[in-house]
Design a protein around this ligand. Sequence first.
Ligand code: DLL
Length: 435
Amino acid sequence: MEKYYQPEIECASREQIRAWQSERLKKQVQNVWDNVPMYRERMKESGVEPGDIQSVDDLHKLPFITKDDLRDNYPFGLMARPKSECVRIQSTSGTTGRRVVAFYTQHDLDLWEECCARALVAAGATKEDVCQVSYGYGLFTGGPGLNGGSHKVGCLTLPMSSGNTDRQIQFMTDLGTTIICCTPSYAAYLAESIIERGVRDQVHLKAGIFGAEAWTEEMRHDIEEKLGLKAYDIYGLTEISGPGVSFECSEQTGMHVNEDHFIPEVINPITGEVLPDGEKGELVFTSITKEAFPLMRYRTRDICILSREKCSCGRTHVKMTKPLGRSDDMLIVKGVNVFPSQIETVLMNKGYPANYQIIVDRVNNSDTIEVQVEMTAEMFSDSLSAVSSKEKELVDALKAMLGIYAKVKLVNPKAIQRSEGKAVRVIDKRNLYQQ
Ligand code: DLL
């Protein structure tokens, strides 16, 4: 049995998990009270002292923290350990405002890599596998996290990083890669490139560990079919450690949260009220084992649902759905809430490739939305009138899904720029006018 399938932890009883969480939470609260002035002040403002937190049932008494708190305390303000005890910095890919930086002690790195190792093992990884890590390396956590996890499992690890698709495919075929780790949009691009080069029969992938961005079930099926592998979702965020906060098992009905390290809650994003399992809301995490950069009740902005229903894989850790969007990702177009994932579902159901872009603008004080999607290679030779009737068909399907009119433009194959990391799906030109 693989060392990083840890049934004594991953399949522990709910009582046992709660007991671990309560004990670790108490220690962590004392730790941040003693070592991080911002937490002490916030707790005092909320009238809470460390002694008030005796178990997970008391978690709701602690105040939330947000990304703005991280930015305001940039760079060292939230560290709970002296710099001399930290060995690594990672950072978010944020393009607006100050970047968020996270710190790790060696112990933090070990636990993070262990979480990634659990994810790999749940996807069937063993030391016999060749694991190609095609997430970016560097400040982004994708590459380093999965690299560390793959080492722990004992896979032969190929630290490819992102980009250079020719070289990716060359190594994949020459070295017999069996597990690929990258963003789902890059996996779709790799699949397209492999088929184009006519080397599909030289590819022997069995599993893919895809995360870091939203992707639909339709996209999963498309990648699985094209690459002949089983596609597993993995979730995480830099602030909480990186990939491996939660991961899918073979059942593929949600991602098990590594609850011995992170306590998840789902809240009403407007009122902050904690919601029961099964209800949709904003995901909040408390890191109970982190030493250098412990976050307490951190609001992720990711919208999802938690479920404690029994999983046939035997794991008892709570499952979260794929993020159903980010509360700050949601577009409001003509007063209607639009999630990019709804558009992706329509496109994939109609047989289009996962290459699309959504352009939102404001013309004469009214919002406009245009969906640009690449034609399939077969459609390229269609007549103009055939193309415009396909566009009309998509307009109708989008209207049924979104409730509003979205203009559709079918563009030539390859017209939309491919991403090597997280895809840029939305261009909201309205933001330009606000600056
Ligand atoms: O994306 C960490 C990661 C790397 C996760 C590799 C999985 C694989 P950040 O750059 O800090 O960290 O971005 C975190 O990405 O709050 C979600 O909105 C989104 N995200 C991460 N995983 C998923 C996923 C990494 N599986 C933000 N599905 C998070 C949907 C995801 N969104």
